[in-house]
Design a protein around this ligand. Structure first.
Ligand SMILES: [Mg+2]
Length: 381
């Protein structure tokens, strides 16, 4: 999907809305995932001794320093008007490539036309502000009402790095589908198509007694994740500001409250623990390290899985939109971009390279966008 755009007049390339190919499912089924037992028996270690460690640590440290700061930090860092103007200019230049989904709203609705929209929403930094304590990342009542409204009009799912239970406790809406642990814990509708692609689900019921499908491709890794959580917790407990979070199929080590001079210590402690777990990998988000199983599954795969579960994957008459702010959301942006059947919206108040097509500055703009989508749908039906 090529996006040719000017600052105020984004133009979608001609082939965009009309050339969406037939959906191609590319699930990697649970049967092809590495067995945790097999991984534990391997002697392969993450090579971190001596200079190699320094090089790796330097690369990670750059990443840690560059990781998006919280809004509070950004404001604090703007020390004078000239710098503020420079930042504004950089942002506006960046928006040439990633136009605002609000100012491009008509383009988006033209593209949607009579297609069925499917909405996929990240949680942290998208529906809720990034805050110092992740446990306090509450969404506002206004945002909840906006999400409830769009969910009454379009199939809507939340896809978060948090555990599914935790993100449900934040969102508290039964109208949605939820994928926690970066898509490794999905509660979705009972599949409308025959169980294909070898994807194995567990039939269950939700809190309302409604029949649902549970899909947990990394369930074999649960004991290992529990074990590594305890080791990491022990390892970083003396680093002031480091905060652990158990997200069921993945573990987060937050360092947004750690002094910068201790960043290297955080990295070294985390990687030292992971030396014994070649089946686990380390990824990096907004001031957070995330440890998760090495399986071919991510938020992009979760989007494909949910589309298929909703019976929307085979239809060219569907426009999936994914809204997210983080590096892990790029997997979903990439899936939509590669299949040329929808697009991502990056939530960011600073310029970032992305596979999204549009941007929104912050959760407040996300709420405006959701409200506009709902109003457009209601006016057009
Ligand atoms: Mg996020």
């Amino acid at each position: 999907m090529d996006l040719k755009t000017g600052l105020n007049s984004p133009v979608l390339a001609d082939h965009l809305p009309t050339a969406l190919p037939a959906a191609v499912m590319t699930f990697t089924t649970p049967t092809s995932f590495p067995s945790p037992g097999l991984c534990l028996n391997t002697t392969k270690k993450i090579p971190l001794p001596g200079k190699v460690e320094e090089v790796r640590a330097t690369g990670w440290l750059d990443l840690m320093m560059a990781s998006s700061p919280t809004r509070k930090r950004q404001i604090k860092d703007v020390v004078n008007d000239t710098q503020a103007d420079d930042l504004d200019l950089q942002y506006h230049n960046w928006m040439v490539d990633y136009p605002s989904a609000l100012t491009s709203f008509e383009t988006i609705t033209d593209l949607a036309g009579s297609k069925r929209l499917a909405l996929f929403l990240d949680y942290d930094g998208t529906l809720s502000p990034i805050v110092d304590n992740p446990a306090n990342a509450l969404m506002s009542d206004e945002m909840r009402a906006a999400v409830r409204h769009v969910a009454s009009l379009f199939p809507t799912a939340i896809i978060s790095g948090r555990s599914r239970d935790k993100v449900f406790d934040f969102v508290k809406l039964n109208e949605l589908y939820y994928a926690g642990s970066h898509g490794m814990d999905i509660m979705g509708p009972v599949r409308k198509t025959a169980d294909s692609n070898g994807v194995e689900c567990i039939r269950s019921t939700d809190s309302q007694g409604k029949e649902v499908n549970l899909f947990q491709p990394a369930s074999e890794f649960l004991p290992m994740i529990t074990e590594v959580y305890e080791k990491l917790d022990e390892s970083v407990k003396d680093i002031v500001g480091a905060r652990m979070e158990d997200n069921k199929f993945c573990v987060s080590v937050h360092y947004r409250n750690v002094a910068e001079e201790d960043y290297k210590k955080v990295f070294q402690r985390v990687t030292a623990v992971l030396e014994d777990y070649p089946c686990l990998r380390l990824t990096h988000g907004r001031k957070v390290f995330e440890v998760r199983p090495v399986i071919d599954w991510n938020k992009g795969k979760a989007v494909e899985f949910l589309l298929e579960s909703l019976g929307l994957n085979e239809s060219e008459d569907v426009l999936p939109i994914y809204v997210g702010d983080d590096r892990t959301d790029e997997d979903a942006f990439k899936v939509l971009k590669a299949s040329n059947r929808g697009f991502g919206i990056l939530v960011s108040s600073i310029p970032k390279e992305s596979d999204a097509f549009y941007s929104l500055r912050d959760p407040a703009e996300v709420m405006d966008f959701l409200r506009k989508l709902a109003a457009w749908k209601e006016q057009s039906t």
